[in-house]
Design a protein around this ligand. Structure first.
Ligand code: SF4
Length: 375
């Protein structure tokens, strides 16, 4: 099983917390799509025997693409790769791009899952984040998506902004339940260095986030989602039965993936590659017939640490048997020993040779993983 990620580095406006690779001018869009198709045509990374089970258009804002852009990219992928008939083909969309016309174009192109960047249903919060859509559009797009016939879709929500009270957080999540949204991804607002938000906080023009409030809102969320019957299958992701994201699940289980477009990452099982995060350099290199990337070959220790990090974030947890089979008995024994220490402090449970984080432990997931890492 393998997946494909397509990075579309254009956005309507810059959300103040965002540190992804994007630009707000569409000036180079046509050249970039041509370069991206060229990258698909000339890549040698996969050996040609892989069946592609998932395709994901991320960004940036792929919902800014025209029908022809999406069709041409998919056509190039189908020519180059063996794509399963049952493949999950997902596209990230922002509420201001969703309308009945676009939805039927996406369905006709073969998109069968949408991931919608809603972030909040509260107008003041959306303005605070400098999102390009309104709260009314956040609400309306869910009905339009369902009416168009998309049964498989997800929405992103952000918690922990200084404006978000626990009551408003409950209201946001209640809308998910009222509208029977099949999947949600929820992230704590993170103040990344060099973002507009970081600058505004330094200049005292915006309030900073409060880690205690973020922890409280995460604990509340886990409880609400569980009570509503959602499967909390990864630390930031919740799905109704059968509605997990195949694409993200394959990342977390270490499957191969190829990323096309500026800043896109690829992984072939041992080697990680990342394309240049600069649209002009990306276009010029592809026009000259080269793919501008850097790469590193992961050592066995790096692969083990990655497995520790990603598996601890999943509901299935870290499998000691997998560690023993993939890396050796001594690593499994050491992890089990450390795991028992955390089990004593109620941060994880040890069950059927798996280490599984408790709700409390999920607040410390990164720190616990780092403690289990090998050098
Ligand atoms: S729409 Fe998404 S990618 Fe674009 S600036 Fe906002 S958060 Fe970043």
């Amino acid at each position: 099983m393998a997946g494909i990620y397509i990075h579309i580095p254009f956005c309507r406006q810059a959300c103040n917390y965002c540190n992804f690779h994007f630009v707000t001018s569409l000036r180079l869009k046509d050249e970039l799509i041509a370069a991206l198709i060229q990258e698909i045509n000339i890549t040698l990374l996969f050996d040609g025997n892989e069946t592609i089970e998932t395709i994901y258009f991320g960004g940036g804002t792929p919902s800014l693409l025209l029908k022809d852009d999406v069709n041409r990219i998919l056509e190039a992928l189908h020519k180059k790769f063996d794509i399963a008939g049952t493949a999950e083909v997902a596209l990230e969309a922002n509420p201001d791009d969703v309308n009945p016309g676009k939805l039927s174009e996406w369905l006709a192109a073969g998109i069968n899952r949408l991931s919608v960047g809603i972030q909040s249903f509260d107008e003041a919060e959306l303005v605070w984040m400098n999102r390009a859509h309104t709260a009314a559009e956040s609400l309306q797009c869910i009905d339009e998506i369902k009416n168009a016939g998309f049964s498989n879709f997800s929405i992103d929500l952000i918690y922990g902004s200084p404006l978000l009270t626990n009551d408003n957080w409950k209201r946001n999540v209640d809308i998910v339940f009222e509208k029977n949204v099949p999947h949600i991804s929820c992230y704590a607002l993170t103040v990344e260095p060099k973002t507009a938000l970081s600058k505004l906080i330094t200049q005292h023009k915006k309030a900073n986030t409060d880690p205690d409030k973020q922890s409280e809102q995460f604990l509340l969320l886990m409880q609400w989602m569980r009570n509503a019957g959602y499967d909390h299958y990864e630390i930031s992701n919740y799905a109704l039965p059968g509605m997990r994201s195949k694409h993200n699940s394959s990342y977390w289980s270490g499957e191969k993936y190829y990323g096309f477009g500026p800043s896109a990452h690829s992984f072939d099982g041992t080697c990680r590659r990342w394309n240049v995060a600069n649209n002009s350099v990306y276009i010029q290199s592809l026009q000259k017939g080269g793919i501008p990337f850097e790469e590193e070959k992961l050592t066995s220790t790096q692969r083990l640490n990655e497995y520790i990090m990603t598996s601890l974030r999943t509901v299935e947890g870290l499998s000691i048997d997998k560690v023993v089979a993939g890396f050796g008995k001594q690593f499994g024994e050491k992890i089990m020993l450390l795991g028992k220490k955390y089990a004593g402090s109620n941060k994880l449970i040890v069950q059927n040779a798996h280490l599984i984080l408790t709700d409390e432990g999920k607040l410390f997931a990164d720190g616990i993983a780092a403690d289990l890492f090998f050098e």
